[in-house]
Design a protein around this ligand. Structure first.
Ligand SMILES: C[S@@+](CC[C@H](N)C(=O)[O-])C[C@H]1O[C@@H](n2cnc3c(N)ncnc32)[C@H](O)[C@@H]1O
Length: 225
């Protein structure tokens, strides 16, 4: 099935709210577990989360690593507003800062405080029609040898398969969320496409693998040069 792009930013307030209220316990726990498995010795420093959405993953990282500070960025102001509320509620405002920044555009001062000790991104890649912007941001803002983890959906073989995944995993969620999930599956990249992106970005030493029936993960450490 050919990739069908979806809008880049999730800036409609209703869409952002529905996303923030949805149950992402399983994929977000999978993201954190995968990071810990890939980088068992990592435990401190400054971490950049690109496309942080409502900041559930930054909060999980801050709780797991008491000596970690997080800069969480998203291009959608609606998401940043929700992220700020969640961070405040979690009592993490001293350790997680947010920034409205659309990668590919000139970054604000928080990002320029890099380079970072780790860079993560969950479920952003499929939004990008120019995926090289994510790989370029990682190369620019991660320190040499910094752990990098990018997780995303993988594009199913057909629209029928995408519909089945939506029903299986979000059958009881609101329509707006099911619609977004379906479009995200159609916009997702396949492993071979991600591998090509990594080669073009000079990151071919990163590892690409399937980590669930609907997710792929890319992990590696930034190398010099
Ligand atoms: C599906 S959400 C994932 C949010 C979060 N990482 C999570 O796992 O829950 C994708 C997020 O990426 C943001 N986004 C899309 N394109 C972006 C860009 N070019 N720069 C920064 N953020 C972007 C969207 O606004 C949205 O909040």
């Amino acid at each position: 099935m050919k990739r069908v792009p979806e809008p880049e930013l999730m800036d409609e307030p209703d869409q952002a709210r529905a996303y923030a209220e949805a149950d992402f316990e399983q994929p977000n726990a999978l993201f954190v577990d995968t990071f810990v498995r890939c980088f068992p010795n990592f435990n401190r420093g400054r971490l950049l989360d690109v496309g942080c959405g409502p900041a559930d993953i930054p909060i999980r990282f801050a709780r797991l690593y008491p000596a970690l500070n997080v800069v969480a960025v998203d291009g959608a102001q609606s998401m940043i507003t929700l992220a700020d509320r969640a961070i405040e509620r979690a009592g993490m405002a001293t350790r997680i800062s947010t920034l409205c920044w659309r990668i590919g555009q000139q970054p604000g001062p928080g990002v320029n405080q890099g380079p970072f000790d780790a860079v993560i991104s969950n479920s952003l890649l499929h939004h990008l029609n120019a995926p090289e912007t994510l790989w370029r941001a990682i190369s620019l803002y991660a320190k040499i040898h910094a752990p990098v983890l990018v997780m995303d959906l993988r594009r199913p073989r057909s629209q029928h398969a995408a519909n089945q995944i939506v029903e299986q995993y979000s059958g009881n969620e609101p329509e707006i969320l099911k619609r977004d999930f379906y479009h995200s599956l159609l916009a997702a990249y396949r492993e071979d496409e991600v591998q090509e992106q990594l080669i073009a970005a000079g990151l071919s030493h990163f590892n690409v693998g399937r980590i669930s029936d609907r997710h792929l993960a890319v992990h590696g450490r930034l190398s010099a040069g």
